[in-house]
Write a protein that binds this ligand. Structure first.
Ligand code: SF4
Length: 142
């Protein structure tokens, strides 16, 4: 990126998905907003944007832009197809995200980058329905 200065920048991340945008049927509910896996993704963007462009982390604001596929047609009030959500992204949350990624790397990879040959505990959730291993009893014992 050209011409960045160490001042306040706002970074809006369309979540990768179909047509480069993550869509949601009717937007994110509180559970989706509290999902730390989603939040951490954005915190990593913040960290690496800061490092890559030499902008202090404190000067980088991040937020999700969620595109709704459906709106309430019968609503008495104007409806927006765009929902914006800025997750917590302060120092405590950032430390938690970095600890999570460090733990992941330590659990899964050897120092040379090869995979560790270990069994990991399954952590079933609603996301299993999208997982390519959902029907693979040989790979996931959930
Ligand atoms: S199916 Fe198994 S591997 Fe996939 S998300 Fe669920 S628990 Fe994890």
């Amino acid at each position: 990126m050209h011409g960045l200065h160490p001042q306040k920048h706002s970074l809006r991340i369309p979540i990768p998905g179909r047509d480069d945008f993550k869509t949601s049927t009717r937007g994110w509910n509180d559970d989706a907003k509290r999902d730390e896996r989603k939040q951490f993704q954005l915190l990593f963007y913040k960290k690496y944007f800061s490092e890559q462009y030499n902008v202090p982390e404190d000067n980088v604001d991040v937020e999700f832009v969620i595109l709704k596929r459906k709106i309430w047609e019968e609503s008495e009030f104007p409806q927006s197809r765009i929902q914006e959500f800025a997750p917590p992204s302060g120092k405590i949350k950032m430390k938690k995200a970095l600890t999570a990624i460090d733990n992941f790397l330590n659990e899964c990879f050897n120092i040379d980058g090869s995979y560790k040959d270990v069994s990991h505990s399954a952590t079933p959730s609603k996301s299993c329905q999208w997982c390519p291993y959902n029907e693979r009893k040989d790979l996931c014992n959930k």
